[in-house]
Design a binder for this molecule. Structure first.
Ligand code: NAD
Length: 497
């Protein structure tokens, strides 16, 4: 490692990517860096492996994916500790992350055949003599580009959908967490040693760019909105489809009939779990006036008990510390007040819990992703104002509502892909619910039925089953037959007298 090395910042030396712990600087491991040729070679190997993997069929793939799921459960402690060593994440946070990954793997493996497998569809009038058939076919090779903040569950979401659908995968883990990414590929190879069904390619952003241009059939990207745009541009060169899971600025709304203590507990966890480095983390709260004071007091009381180095791990990406400090300083300079923490809460590599009130809506703390254990709380007149303010952002990933009578109605009005009512982040725990954003948070879905379909192309087949009585698709139809078609259309679809 070089003398100027900042703990937690990845470096490349002699063709190796060296990954270090952000709190201690200890090396977590090293992996070989891929160049463009190596990326293309990995994708070619994956393409050859795809024929074998597809040939196993849904049942053969299910058996193997469930075995890998069980391996993750058996080695949950080992993986959580590795994530702690590499990203600084508290071991218990790592365990919860593996738990969510296991859920998605299990659901995708068990449901792929039902969701994607061949089925008959009902025939329609114009071609009644043909039967309809639908199935979803894999793309071949899917490129998965991952972030560092949830290095287990964020790649496993698209990986489980892609593999269950019959694709093979080349994963480009974040340069901040390559060792965890490699662990995933290595353990998969223990279960499926025959062919390289899940491989990794390592390096900085250029390796991700090379993966987009390598001939993969689809790219699943999880990371920042700025990088998402570069990924889309690279994929556009060859019309490679993409699913984009990008950043967020999620809001929690506290309505007047909310259980205030439960809302405060959920807000603190939603904002500060994983040291706030969560795409669907709660960054803003809008609390209606009648409950505002009680809510702020409860949040401060609970957040003040969290200790850095214990519940609050280090900030994984060292340069994020400056962004967090800038956001807090901007909020305070524009008239906000820190009721807990403040700019001095940023003490590398940690940020202690910070709760801000009266922060103007135009400050960076309200508009940009902070990605630290900070929370703003804003008093609003009523739920309508809360929804309007919550939605006043370019992002739209998740969200949360605490309340009773109108909670679901409020949830529906939030401009986001997911909302948890009387909870935070809970939608990640359900493998049968789709996950993804709107606006600058991205598009497309992972998880659930939509997440499986994201990794397959719909294939429609019609099969003639009888001679045509009303031939529509031939030059040989007679004027009388055309007349009969018109008559049938009028009968079925015309306005009733
Ligand atoms: P990032 O955008 O910096 O990096 C993500 C990945 O993209 C990394 O593997 C990186 O090497 C790669 N990359 C960088 N430049 C590239 C390029 N030009 N072409 C291709 N690949 C390139 O994001 P990050 O800092 O690792 O992750 C944090 C971000 O991820 C936050 O914005 C967070 O909200 C978001 N995130 C979103 C979700 C979600 O599901 N929506 C989940 C987790 C994290």
């Amino acid at each position: 490692m070089t003398a100027t090395h900042v703990p937690g910042t990845p470096v490349i030396e002699d063709g190796w990517l060296i990954s270090t712990n952000p709190a201690t600087g200890d090396e977590a491991g090293r992996v070989p860096v891929a160049d463009e040729k190596a990326v293309v070679a990995a994708v070619e190997r994956a393409r050859a492996a795809a024929a074998w993997w597809q040939g196993l069929g849904y049942d053969g793939r299910k058996t193997r994916l469930l075995r890998w799921r069980s391996l993750l459960v058996e080695r949950i402690q080992e993986l959580a500790e590795l994530t702690h060593r590499e990203a600084g994440k508290p071991v218990t946070d790592g365990i919860m992350e593996v738990a969510a990954a296991v859920e998605h793997l299990d659901w995708a493996a068990r449901n792929a055949k039902r969701v994607l497998g061949p089925r008959r569809v009902r025939t329609r009038l114009l071609v009644a003599e043909h039967s309809g058939h639908l199935e979803y076919q894999p793309f071949g090779v899917v490129g998965v580009i991952g972030p560092w903040n949830y290095p287990i569950v964020t790649p496993i979401g698209p990986i489980s959908g892609a593999l269950a659908a019959g694709n093979t995968v080349v994963l480009k883990p974040s340069e901040y967490t390559p060792v965890v990414g490699q662990w995933l590929a290595d353990t998969f190879a223990e279960i499926v040693p025959e062919h390289p069904v899940l491989q990794t390619v390592h390096g900085f952003g250029d390796v991700g760019g090379a993966l987009c241009r390598s001939g993969v059939g689809k790219v699943a990207f999880t990371g920042s909105t700025a990088t998402a745009k570069k990924v889309m541009a690279a994929c556009a060169e060859n019309l490679v489809p993409v699913v984009i899971e990008a950043g967020g600025k999620d809001a929690l709304i506290v309505d007047e009939d909310a259980d205030v203590a439960a809302a405060a507990e959920a807000a603190v966890w939603g904002a500060m779990t994983n040291a706030g480095q969560t795409c669907i983390g709660i960054e803003r709260v809008y609390a209606v006036a009648p409950v505002y004071d009680r809510f702020v007091n409860a949040v401060v009381e609970k957040a003040a008990k969290l200790r850095t180095g214990e519940e609050i791990g280090p900030i994984t990406m060292p340069r994020q510390l400056d962004i967090i400090r800038d956001h807090i300083e901007d909020a305070l300079a524009k008239g906000g007040t820190a009721v807990l923490g403040g700019a001095s809460a940023v003490q590398a590599p940690y940020v202690s819990p910070t709760v801000l009130v009266d922060v103007p809506e135009d400050s960076s703390e309200m508009r940009e992703e902070t990605f630290g254990p900070t929370l703003t709380i804003t008093k609003v007149r009523d739920a309508d104002e809360a929804v309007q303010k919550a939605n006043d952002t370019a992002y739209g990933l998740g969200g949360s509502v605490f309340g009773k009578k109108n909670a679901i109605r409020i949830a529906r009005r939030m401009r986001s892909g997911m909302v948890a009512v009387n909870g935070t982040l809970t939608f990640v725990g359900m493998g049968n619910l789709p996950f993804g954003g709107v606006g600058e948070s991205g598009f497309g879905r992972i998880h659930g039925e939509d997440g499986l379909r994201e990794f397959a192309r719909a294939k429609a087949i019609t099969v003639r089953r009888a001679r045509s009585l009303l031939p529509a698709t031939t030059f040989e139809r007679t004027p009388a037959q055309v007349g009969q078609i018109v008559k049938a259309l009028r009968l079925l679809y015309g306005r009733k007298p």
